[in-house]
Design a protein around this ligand. Structure first.
Ligand code: 8OG
Length: 158
């Protein structure tokens, strides 16, 4: 089974806005904003909708800068995550049921409290690069378990 997901990173003035996931998948980890693409929407529309739902702002400048493929040793699941860089938006970030937002300067990104692949590709996004990554994990994360990377490749796209 393949799932298509979005992930948007909001950046401004050398800082990134991350949300602490308050419930469900990835609880207790800092992440960008995103989720599943629904049947009748484009990937771009889904990315925008998820940002509005999770942090209450409307993206203005939004570019797709990365594509991540996640596979798992334990099962036939494949995740295709489309990563967006959001450089401007309307409104002020607010806490929602799902996320508590906080600004981090680029040098203080809390990689140890993020998904284990993020340290390999997020620095590229912060450096305004485009990228493509493949990560093969042991098994999907859940509330009590954070996936381990078995193999990975990340490429900068020119
Ligand atoms: O709707 P749901 O909360 O299940 O969406 C999952 C979100 O988490 C979606 O935005 C994609 C994102 N995501 C993964 N895996 C990883 C990962 O390894 N790193 C990061 N930063 N985000 C991930 O599904």
């Amino acid at each position: 089974m393949k799932k298509i997901l979005t992930l948007a990173m909001l950046v401004k003035d050398g800082r990134i806005l991350l949300g602490l996931k308050k419930r469900g998948f990835g609880e207790g980890l800092w992440n960008g904003f995103g989720g599943k693409v629904e049947a009748k929407e484009s990937i771009q529309q889904a990315a925008k909708r998820e940002v509005e739902e999770e942090v209450g702002v409307i993206p203005i400048q939004m570019d797709e800068v990365g594509l991540l493929n996640f596979t798992f040793e334990s099962e036939q699941l494949e995740l295709e995550v489309h990563v967006f860089r959001v450089g401007s938006w309307e409104g002020e970030p607010v806490e929602t049921e799902e996320m508590r937002p906080e600004w981090f300067s680029y040098v203080d990104v809390p990689y140890d409290k993020m998904w284990p692949d993020d340290v390999y590709w997020l620095p590229l996004l912060l450096n305004r690069k485009k990228f493509q990554g493949d990560f093969h994990f042991d098994r999907p994360s859940d509330l009590n378990y954070k996936s381990k990377i078995l193999r990975q490749t990340v490429e900068v796209i020119l």
